[in-house]
Design a protein around this ligand. Structure first.
Ligand code: NAP
Length: 278
């Protein structure tokens, strides 16, 4: 049984999912991307993260094509642009996403990042979408602690299910205050760019640990994230080989020595760092 994390409402979802940013952008890679997503779902990586922004809707359409017939197994996540996050804009953006995804509901709908629309408006629309069954949960993305505090101050803000942020072994800033804050509020943290977009350092601790586990540094970075309670990782992979490797990260158990070597090279933050974004 693959690891899961629990949403505040009590539902368990996979701790290892699949991202889709930059998919559907090159026609020559389409078949390969579809094959990769399908294999990932077959292996149990049924949480799919997409957004209206990705390929301006093309990634959502690719997800629909790749995963036709699989809807019941999926936990589908999409995101609304901040400029669509007004009272009526959210409803319309969600309906467009549902049409592109060829489904009647999203499992999780996120505000992609904070814009100028008051949070009250966005949350009121998320709640309306939830009541009408078009979304099952809602959350935010790229919110730092001060944004989360503000969110909890608006009506129904406490219904936020998660916050999706940049978090990986080379970007540990959220550990100072954001991830403890989220744990204290019973919210899982969804880690995006979990393998630093494929740009992890060559050599060093990750390489040495990878060698000892007959794995790659990317698998070690994923295993490190998956070792942390309440964290969901959503690597994007557009080849079956990468999907298989990412899934195999679930089998890696890092030793206390591995974790210490990682801490020595990538120390946990000792002071507040503003939340980074990609
Ligand atoms: N909320 C936000 O603002 C936000 C921002 C960024 C990302 N995200 C979400 O998070 C997802 C993941 O982040 P990301 O796409 O930025 O970066 P990522 O998942 O850290 O890295 C993706 C890159 O790593 C490569 N890769 C995947 N598996 C690999 C493996 N086993 N070995 C070596 N290379 C591997 C991929 O190559 P191939 O494609 O060739 O396999 C791709 O180039 C996105 O797709 C998106 O859904 C959200």
């Amino acid at each position: 049984m693959d690891p899961t994390v629990t949403l505040p409402a009590g539902e368990s979802i996979p701790a290892l999912g699949q991202g889709t940013w930059q998919m559907a952008e090159r026609s020559g890679r389409r078949a390969q991307e579809i094959e990769a997503l399908r294999l990932g779902v077959e292996l149990g990586m049924t949480l799919i993260d997409t957004a209206e922004m990705y390929g301006e809707g093309a990634a959502e359409e690719l997800v629909a094509e790749a995963l036709a017939g699989e809807r019941e197994r999926l936990f589908l996540v999409s995101k609304v642009y901040p400029h669509n996050a007004g009272r009526q804009g959210v409803i319309e953006a969600c309906e467009r996403s549902l049409r592109r995804l060829k489904t009647d509901r999203l499992d999780l709908y996120l505000l992609h990042w904070r814009g100028s629309v008051p949070l009250e408006e966005t949350v009121a629309s998320f709640e309306e979408l939830r009541r009408s069954g078009k979304i099952r949960h809602w959350g935010v993305s790229n919110f730092d602690v001060d944004d989360m505090e503000e969110l909890l101050g608006v009506p129904a803000g406490e219904n936020c299910a998660t916050n999706q942020v940049l978090y990986n072994v080379t970007r540990r800033g959220p550990e100072f205050d954001l991830s403890p804050w989220m744990r204290a509020h019973g919210m899982p943290l969804m880690a995006y760019s979990p393998i630093e977009q494929g740009r992890l350092p060559r050599g060093g601790a990750l390489q040495a640990i990878a060698k000892a586990h007959e794995a790659s540094p990317f698998q070690i970075a994923l295993a490190w994230l998956l070792n942390r309670p309440g964290v969901i990782a959503i690597p994007k992979a557009s080849s079956v080989q990468h999907v298989q490797e990412n899934h195999r990260a679930l089998e890696i158990t890092l030793t206390p020595e591995d974790l210490a070597a990682i801490d020595a090279e990538f120390p946990a933050p000792k002071r507040k760092r503003p939340l980074e974004m990609i």
